[in-house]
Design a protein around this ligand. Structure first.
Ligand code: AMP
Ligand code: ZN
Length: 138
């Protein structure tokens, strides 16, 4: 499926230039124009899916191994000491481009904290109740 006004469809198909670091039949991997750190990459499926919930499972299954390869290259070639794999679904989760994509963000020794949260608290009853509700939807 192709969405005519989707910028990531156009980039993935090579209709808009990008700093491409990898391409195959399913994906184009580009550098983010607003990088969180040097080398911040985006894995773009060539097929349009709005988010992970809509993604074809065969395509989705290929993303994590590819993210691992990209992250490894960031370590060996850019001197990153680690990397984050981030994938936002929905506006409330920070998604701004509604074409499925996965961020691979290299991390460097002494660099700023980026992906994190403040741990909250939960009691056993709430844990059980929440787990039960999610289980029902799977
Ligand atoms: P998200 O917030 O998860 O939807 O991420 C969208 C990302 O796409 C952001 O990190 C943007 O900096 C990046 N971005 C938006 N437009 C472009 C573009 N034309 N080329 C490269 N990166 C882009
Ligand atoms: Zn698209």
């Amino acid at each position: 499926m192709r969405v005519d006004d989707c910028i990531f469809c156009k980039i993935a198909r090579g209709e808009i230039p990008s700093a491409t670091i990898y391409e195959d039949g399913d994906f184009r991997v580009i550098l983010d124009l607003g990088p969180a750190s040097k080398g911040h990459a985006l894995i773009l499926p060539k097929e349009h899916f709005k988010d992970l919930c809509e993604a074809d499972s065969v395509v989705a299954a290929k993303i994590l191994p590819l993210a691992g390869r990209v992250g490894q290259a960031m370590k060996t070639e850019l001197g990153a000491s680690g990397f984050n794999v981030v994938q936002n679904n929905g506006e409330s989760a920070g998604q701004t481009v509604f074409h499925l994509h996965v961020h691979v963000i290299p991390r460097y020794e002494g660099g700023p904290a980026m992906v994190g949260w403040t741990p909250g608290t939960v009691d056993a009853e709430e844990l059980d109740e929440t787990a039960e509700r999610i289980r029902k939807g799977l």
